[in-house]
Design a binder for this molecule. Structure first.
Ligand SMILES: [Zn+2]
Length: 296
């Protein structure tokens, strides 16, 4: 789900942001938002607007877009990508199904085939999906169970699925030559994560996935989080440590037979209160961990 405490937040307003993050009708127009583009490494750029962070790889082969935010950013996002490269778009990749990462699939999918994990496609095309199922060209046309590699000019892009983490359809994108990794929503930098238990997510699953990513990267790797500022391995490891500790704190409370109401009144996760943000406050994350561990 969404968000940075960035200029667009002031522009869009939290109520609109909340609605956007939930895939509800957008309340902001394209004129209300802007997209900030930052070079990361080796032809990979980070684009920040409304919604999840977008990664763009530009090289002689063409353009690869990782995630496409939400409808209000369609025009500024297209402008920002066109400013980076006039080369043909080859693929658009969805790191997972949430609307703040797939909100422009309809128009972006008209430019290049969409690639995603098979579970993400299933959720995007679910007849019960809020706002209805996506239809072509907004639907992923290339899917995978475990991952795939894109031999993208001189860059090798490795896409790896990690099961049951933020959702049940998450992918992490490794730009091997550039030494950049786009984490999707397996990484919320500097804030509590949103973990979508109702879509097959799991806090323990996020920890497992992050452990595996940490084993793949080095101290020089640039780490693009799903939300938040560009980071490094050190910050990703710190995030893992916080999640491990939150699971332990709530697990210990469960072993002491405490109820969810007691955990809330005792503020079991108070030490991490600085990680609270508009969409996931201390209590909401406590509720998520407690629900996962069966604390009632
Ligand atoms: Zn998400």
């Amino acid at each position: 789900m969404s968000l940075l405490r960035a200029p667009w937040l002031a522009a869009v307003g939290f109520s609109a942001l909340f609605a956007l993050g939930l895939g509800l009708r957008p309340a902001a127009s394209a004129q209300d938002v802007s997209v900030k583009s930052t070079p990361v490494s080796g032809g990979v750029h980070l684009l920040v607007g409304v919604g999840g962070n977008v990664g763009v790889l530009c090289n002689d082969y063409g353009v690869l877009v990782v995630d496409d935010q939400m409808a209000p950013t369609e025009e500024p996002l297209l402008d920002a990508i066109d400013a980076l490269s006039k080369a043909p778009w080859r693929f658009v990749l969805n790191t997972h199904h949430h609307g703040d990462h797939t909100g422009n699939n309809a128009s972006f999918g008209a430019r290049a085939p969409i690639v995603a994990h098979e579970n993400a496609r299933t959720r995007l095309t679910d007849p019960q999906r809020r706002n209805g199922p996506l239809v072509a060209p907004g639907v992923p046309v290339i899917t995978y169970a475990d991952g795939l590699a894109l031999h993208f000019g001189d860059e090798r892009v490795r896409v790896v699925h990690y099961a049951n983490a933020h959702t049940d359809g998450d992918s992490v994108v490794y730009f091997e030559r550039a030494n950049v990794v786009h984490m999707g929503d397996l990484f919320f930098q500097g804030r509590f994560p949103f973990v979508d238990l109702d879509s097959g997510g799991s806090v323990a699953g996020v920890v497992r996935a992050v452990e595996r990513v940490l084993a793949e990267i080095d101290d020089a790797t640039k780490v693009i989080p799903g939300h938040g500022a560009l980071a490094t391995k050190r910050e990703l490891a710190a995030y893992r440590d916080v999640l491990v500790d939150c699971l332990k704190l709530v697990g210990d409370a469960k072993a002491a037979k405490k109820s969810l109401a007691t955990l809330k009144s005792e503020r079991t996760l108070k030490k991490y209160e600085s990680l609270a943000w508009e969409f996931v406050g201390e209590e909401r994350f406590l509720e998520t961990v407690a629900r996962e561990l069966g604390v009632e």
